[in-house]
Write a protein that binds this ligand. Sequence first.
Ligand SMILES: Cc1ncc(COP(=O)(O)O)c(C/N=C2\CONC2=O)c1O
Length: 401
Amino acid sequence: MTSSMMKYNFDEIIDRKNTNALSVDGFREYIFNTDESMKFPYEDDEFVRMWVADMEFATPPFIIDAIKERLDRRILGYTKVFEPEYYEAFVSWTEKRYGWRFEKEHLVTSNGIIPALYELVEYICKKDEKVLFVTPSYAYFKYAADHHQIEYVCSDLINNDGYYTIDFDDLEEKAKDEKTTLCIFCNPHNPSGRVWSEEELKRVGEISIRNNMWIISDEIHCDLLRIGKSHTPLAKLFPDYDKIITCMAPSKTFNLAGLMFSNVIIPNSGLREIWKQKHYDFQNPLSIAGAKAAYLYGEEWLEELRVYLDNNFQFTGEYLAKHLPKAKYRVSEATYLAWVNIGEYLPDEENLPLYFANHAGVLLEGGDMFVQNSDGYIRLNLACPRSILEEGLRRICEALN
Ligand SMILES: Cc1ncc(COP(=O)(O)O)c(C/N=C2\CONC2=O)c1O
């Protein structure tokens, strides 16, 4: 299906200026830990933004309509998810797409998966215990441990010429430490884009069970699969092990991160009670309306988005093969994030995001923004109109050649 045949227009460039968008106004603080005093050879609106995991596509109209409909009720008072319809919409989504149902009582909500990670580390780990995760890793897995002064331990993924696999011997060795009580597992994996197979997931689960380890399976990217790929919720494979917490959200899938609404499925009654005692569980009524509409009406839009993203990944591969032949690139199996090794072009560059901001006018994430095992890699957000993607790739290749 080409863009012109699509019902939704993913080629549309949308102005995000003056919307308090992190992607537009927050890059100095988030990427460079600085402020407006930091200057670049480019004006802010000249940058091609390929960094934070936000999409440059309009939030689907059926979600906007659901939010407007809630606004028409004209009172926005204290709100929680009291209605059963939200659970029904979400569990119908996971059943239809992943063949997985969970009990209504196990579902709680959070104002984001990052806040949920911070809370769950506090509720699960004692101060002298450790959090385990595979690397390269999304930095907030580390930050969640750091925030509570909990030690973290990493297990480097094996990089087979850009295809990452789990080093199960190393993972088990680290899980054997009785102080390692929690694993935060990214499924699918940011930044490598891996979709873990059932066999890989079974080994991760078996290691956790053998070593009595909790697992938070962060599945925020699970809807954003390349066509032909399938996602398996980790908890689906271990219905009798209640120490697997599953985190999912409509935020990545439907570009709703600003609604700050995520799903956390906690089968363990003891941990769930601690969550309910400590967690501030009021929600934004507009977020509930938007999230429910996403799961009720989102299939068609998501399938078109997947086609558009697959085409962007293919275009990126062809462009890099032609203009940056020494770069190592594979189409990510999931996410809208491309993980590209450009180490042969910049073997000694310490700060890749700064290099590309100054020399290409492209904002991207990379290098040590991901917890170790990421040298020479940049991560490119491909969830943007093709014209923006092409300009970003052009600038990157020009800066390296
Ligand atoms: C694995 C993973 N978990 C959680 C989050 C954030 O969840 P939230 O708190 O928004 O519900 C992200 C967003 N990843 C981003 C955001 O910008 N760059 C990234 O790599 C993520 O990649």
